[in-house]
Design a protein around this ligand. Sequence first.
Ligand code: SF4
Length: 230
Amino acid sequence: MLICELFHSIQGEGSLAGVPSVFVRTSGCNLRCVWCDTPYASWNPTGTKYEIADLLGEILAYPAQHVVLTGGEPLIAKGIEFLAAELRANGKHLTIETAGTIAPQGIACDLASLSPKLAHSTPSEEQAGPWAARHQATRWQPDVIRAWINHCDYQLKFVVRNEQDVIELMELLGSSNIQVAAHKILLMPEGIDANILKQSAFAVSELCKRYGFRYTPRLHIDLYGNTRGT
Ligand code: SF4
């Protein structure tokens, strides 16, 4: 399995924000978000090849009870189901951070952090060549989202910039007949710079108040800045 990063940090986003966790970032993604904050795991995938047993050993050497499988898109990493099953067998709480374009197919998971991508994520053809159309065709997979919701506990996390994005996500969920409690829908400001995030955070928090959705910070950016391995 190609691993981009393996590190011990604080979960920065979502309902487990603040919880010490080991992060396993697989390399490779089936999307190409124009504002991707981990291009080294998607646009230009880099990493080290690991045998699953070695990877497991390194993860278990950390004291954290929580493990986060992230990417890139972890669901396309070869052997991810086996790694997840082993982590569960070792008593770890397992979060899988996925864009929600690939079905769970029985993978062990305690919290699916589903992050479907809205229209503003799509790159232009000049920026991404054939990936532009591929991204646009792949980014919203309602059947897959439903499969995850029926599989385990979940949160739906959307990167939003303005009210139009909130209206878009509500239309997507509504037209796909995906009904979830408002507190399961998390709105997250876009940005990898603490100052820019601070500016957009207030606007996103106001949108949460208006629509009843939950605000999620990006604690790791506040704490460490846009630094790899954090
Ligand atoms: S899904 Fe995530 S890793 Fe993949 S391109 Fe989008 S932001 Fe980057």
